[in-house]
Ligand binder design. Structure first.
Ligand code: SF4
Length: 720
């Protein structure tokens, strides 16, 4: 299907690449280019991960590239910060200003007073930003990993010595999908196409989710969980597996530590007791546990919903214990330790050696978070800006991120960004975050520069993402910006001649240059399962630490915990007549991104909160009404969609909204108007983003929210 009907593909040249910057990327695509423009885009049937998949976001990406909203030149603030007055400047001036400002802060306050901030990693620039921080001398790379990815990775490293990623490329007999919606989103390069193939081959499915998703509709077992009670459910699954002796005896005997303690510990977590707390049926808990333990190999496809709660440590620890005792760890079709292909290791690329005291120097070190958490949680770096705790932070460089919209407690983010002495932001368009900057840099994006995909994701592969077209105006890749800033703020010999030099360096261990890598398309690591048979697990005990004794040092119980109130009800507020607020990702946007792309906006034009009809009736709310959602932290307004796919005690709101249908900035619908940065979980500094007690009320029609043109229809799009 041509993307631009006015252009023909007759004279086009076709290029193969991997989709990249509309989410984590990974779909293999053929792109037709004519006269420097993309005129067609097709999925590749045998794409290594995608198997012929392409989504609405990728199909809209040409509109993203040609949008009139694109930033085309570096901008310098001329009014007060946030006033919206800018002047265009040339690149040398922009880069020199950034370098001068960061060095001035380093001179006055020390290198650690500059934070290098990343949103969702999309490519090599994430790791180059870490290299820049290290070369500058700062240990502080701030990211959102406390609510995404890091808790699973860090728990994995401590419990079994690796991050157990789902293996969908070998056939499983069952898959437990927990807090993920693979038919709607591509989280961490995990595609529904592989899941579909598994299901066609007879793989059975269990789903844990507060919402009846597409996957849940096709599942053998569906546990419609009350948000925030995941740890208790994971322990109840363990209870069933252990009491019914459905565990893998040989694996438990030879490769686990603390099995007897875990067995004793799980005794009180009976399905009946946990069922009431989680709001699900006890027999369904038993069915789920039996499916996962008996239909082997079984994979756990877990999403970052698990991580958006202060109790994530316990949930994840319990789930890794479940993988281990059922013998589903590091086996084909289970959760595996994927070996990386022969490319430069992350430590070498990011030059960890340049900040040897990093672990002790990072902002969150003073909060005793779990060791190996390598990025600063958002709550802690904002507190450092506002309160100089544990030391002052005075400058920030932000790329690929919109923290004003995306971080918990929006008002705290605004105050922190305004309090900085200097803020530079690189992005594709102006956002509520760039509006608060001193310098804004215009970033190149999807298909506009050479890159290596899936590097550092732990999936055992890297994907070629060759440049297809030139970026518009003066846009430059983040890789180029960081390399140039690096030369100005640190020893020039730490930096690369150009991007090709950088990519060739990363690929050097493979013996390939970038052009040869592009011809191959991707590199995979060696496939070896059950690596522990020869070398043991990479833990101190060489086994899976079901009982993690080192946790005592961090003030934690060595066994995973879940608090269940005496009456078995949720302790998160619903027993007091309040609802529980949660959120889900949209298939058309990526967090706060792409709200400005018409083609996507038309598919999901409104911020919609999903409410069960019974709940809505009780509150006097009808389909399409505007609804105010209020928590103890604040409130926001969205449009009601009444649906029986949602629990009666839950409101599932859209996150990431900052723009009206008419293209104006409007943060009144933003989820983070009603979240709190603190308190956070002690383990990872995670705020509570799911299962927040709230109440809802209809907003009267005479209030002045900007309505979509000609429609009050609610677009039912979440599971498309
Ligand atoms: S799922 Fe992600 S990688 Fe695949 S086409 Fe869509 S945006 Fe691109």
């Amino acid at each position: 299907m041509p993307l631009d009907a006015s252009r023909s593909t007759i004279d086009a040249t076709w290029h193969r690449t991997h989709c990249s910057r509309m989410d984590h990327g990974g779909c293999t695509l053929d792109i037709a280019v004519s006269s420097g423009c993309i005129v067609d885009m097709r999925p590749v049937a045998d794409g290594i991960l995608s198997r012929g998949h392409i989504c609405s976001k990728a199909m809209a990406s040409v509109e993203k590239l040609t949008s009139t909203r694109r930033l085309l030149t570096p901008l310098q603030r001329v009014g007060k910060r946030g006033e919206g007055r800018w002047k265009p400047i040339f690149w040398p001036e922009a880069l020199d200003t950034i370098a001068f400002s960061l060095k001035r802060i380093r001179h006055q306050w020390g290198a650690r007073s500059v934070v290098f901030c990343q949103g969702m990693p999309k490519g090599l620039e994430h790791f180059l930003l870490i290299r820049l921080a290290h070369a500058f001398g700062s240990p502080n790379i701030a990211a959102v990993q406390d609510v995404c990815h890091a808790p699973r990775e860090v728990c994995g490293l401590h419990t079994c010595g690796f991050f157990p990623v789902v293996d969908l490329r070998h056939q499983s007999r069952s898959i437990l999908i927990w807090g993920a919606n693979p038919f709607a989103t591509n989280e961490e390069g995990v595609f529904s196409s592989l899941l579909r193939k598994q299901m066609q081959n007879g793989c059975r499915i269990a789903v844990v989710d507060p919402c009846r998703t597409k996957a849940a509709e096709q599942a053998d077992v569906f546990l419609q969980i009350r948000p925030g009670t995941d740890a208790a459910l994971a322990l109840a699954l363990l209870h069933v597996v252990l009491t019914e002796k459905r565990y893998d005896e040989a694996f438990v005997r030879d490769w686990t530590k603390g099995f007897d303690d875990l067995q004793l510990h799980c005794e009180p977590y009976t399905p009946e007791r946990v069922a009431r707390h989680c709001g699900i049926d006890a027999d369904a808990i038993r069915s789920c546990a039996r499916l996962y333990a008996m239909q082997k190999p079984s994979a756990l496809l877990w999403g970052n919903a698990i991580e958006q709660h202060p109790a994530s440590w316990h949930t994840i620890r319990a789930l890794i214990c479940l993988m281990a005792v059922c013998g589903n760890l590091d086996v084909a079709g289970g959760n595996v330790h994927a070996l990386e292909p022969p490319v430069m290791g992350l430590g070498s690329f990011v030059r960890s050696d340049l900040v040897p005291d990093k672990v002790r120097e990072m902002i969150h070190a003073s909060y005793d978070v779990i060791p190996r958490m390598m990025t600063v949680p958002s709550a802690y770096w904002r507190k450092a800006v506002l309160d100089s705790v544990p030391y002052p932070v005075r400058g920030a460089y932000i790329q690929c991120a919109n923290p004003l919209v995306g971080y918990a407690e929006m008002q705290m983010t605004r105050k922190a960004l305004l309090a900085l002495d200097f803020l530079a932001v690189s992005d594709v368009v102006m956002t509520p975050t760039t509006e608060l900057a001193d310098i804004v840099l215009p970033a190149a994006t999807q298909f506009e520069f050479d890159d290596i995909g899936h590097y550092g994701l732990g999936h055992g592969m890297v994907l070629a993402r060759p440049k297809i077209i030139d970026p518009p105006g003066a846009c430059k890749p983040d890789l180029w910006m960081l390399n140039e800033i690096g030369k100005r703020v640190s020893a020039p010999d730490l930096w690369f001649h150009d991007i090709r030099d950088m990519l060739d360096t990363v690929l050097e261990p493979s013996g390939l240059r970038y052009t040869e890598f592009v011809k191959k398309g991707y590199l995979e690591g060696e496939w070896i399962e059950r690596k522990y048979l020869t070398e043991g697990f990479r833990t101190r005990s060489k086994k899976v630490d079901l009982r993690l004794d080192s946790a005592r040092k961090w003030g934690l119980d060595p066994l995973p915990q879940a608090d269940i109130p005496k009456d078995g009800m949720s302790d998160t507020g619903s027993q007091k007549g309040m609802l529980l607020l949660t959120s889900a990702k949209s298939p058309y946007y990526l967090h706060s991104s792409y709200r400005w792309i018409d083609r996507l906006h038309q598919k999901e034009p409104l911020p919609v909160c999903r409410i069960h009809p019974d709940t809505a009736n009780a509150a006097g709310i009808a389909q399409g009404d505007r609804v105010r959602i209020t928590t103890s932290a604040g409130s926001f307004i969205q449009w009601a969609e009444l649906t029986e796919t949602i629990r009666t005690d839950v409101v599932l709101a859209a996150s990431g909204w900052w723009m009206t249908t008419n293209g104006h900035t409007d943060l009144s619908a933003n989820y983070n108007q009603a979240t709190s940065a603190f308190p956070v979980g002690k383990t990872f500094g995670t705020p509570m983003l799911k299962g927040i007690p709230c109440f809802i009320e209809k907003v009267s029609d005479d209030s002045d929210a900007e309505m979509p043109v000609g429609s009050r229809a609610i677009h039912r799009s979440f599971d498309a």
